[in-house]
Design a protein around this ligand. Structure first.
Ligand code: ADP
Length: 237
């Protein structure tokens, strides 16, 4: 008699699974901002997306981050088909699964670094004491344990981006989604932020970075290119 395992060995779903996902703005004339594309990003991967201005990078990011709805295909985030979700459920899924890092850090100037990071947990129903403890831990993780009471205005650009990364991490997301994360930083500071992103990836985080900078794109395990709304695998030169 063959034995049936009590707990079947079901592999975890990919973090991102796109099948024929595209977005066309109706116009007139219609704009094919993202042409139908297929993509699978597995847990722990570091994928970079490169393309010139107007290529469709923001459109792609907004779809992946559940900020915009795709107009064709299916998008599963962590095994959840996002197409049928209502706005409130999309917002909740985004809050639990996606940590955003933007070029401009979007910190509240009159709140301490710890409060800025803790704010990301307010809508998760986490009590204040625990929010602050988790924020402090996230700040330590990005090397800012000594600056938890500082105001963002007293920090350097690189430190502000570290706070923004801590805020993205504090909710323990499945995906770190970065839009030109070094766009506002000088080269040396940019390198240290890219090192931090590498380190997070090495510790198991799934990372997607959108950039126009080939040096940043090279950091990924895999680079995709978007041109005129069309996404393709970039073959190393
Ligand atoms: P990127 O981020 O690479 O600069 P975008 O994703 O912002 O590119 O834009 C891709 C294309 O979609 C561009 O041609 C842009 O003009 C167009 N586009 C973006 N948003 C809209 C919109 N709301 N309505 C119509 N066209 C848009």
């Amino acid at each position: 008699m063959t034995s049936v395992p009590l707990v079947p060995d079901i592999p975890a779903p990919p973090v991102i699974a796109l099948r024929g996902v595209g977005l066309t703005y109706p116009g007139p004339p219609p704009v094919h901002a993202l042409r139908p594309c297929d993509l699978v990003v597995r847990r722990g991967e570091f994928v970079t997306i490169i393309g010139p201005s107007g290529a469709g990078k923001s459109t792609f990011l907004n779809i992946i981050g559940l900020l915009d709805r795709h107009t064709s295909g299916t998008y599963e985030l962590d095994g959840t088909d996002t197409g049928p979700l209502r706005d409130g459920d999309r917002t909740a899924l985004r809050g639990r699964r996606v940590g955003f890092v933007f070029q401009s850090f979007h910190l509240l100037p009159h709140r301490t670094t710890c409060e800025n990071v803790a704010l990301a947990l307010v809508y998760r129903g986490v009590g204040r004491r625990e929010r602050m403890a988790r924020a402090e831990q996230a700040l330590r993780q990005v090397g800012l344990g000594a600056r938890i009471h500082a105001l963002p205005t007293t920090l350097s650009g690189g430190e502000r981006q570290r706070v923004a990364i801590a805020r993205a991490l504090v909710g323990n997301p499945s995906l770190l989604l970065c839009d030109e994360p070094t766009g506002n930083l000088d080269t040396a500071t940019a390198d240290s932020i890219l090192e931090l992103i590498d380190e997070l990836h090495r510790s198991g985080m799934t990372v997607l970075v959108i950039t126009h900078d080939p040096a940043v794109a090279l950091r990924g395990d895999r680079t995709l290119e978007i041109r005129d709304g069309l996404m393709t695998d970039r073959v190393a030169a």
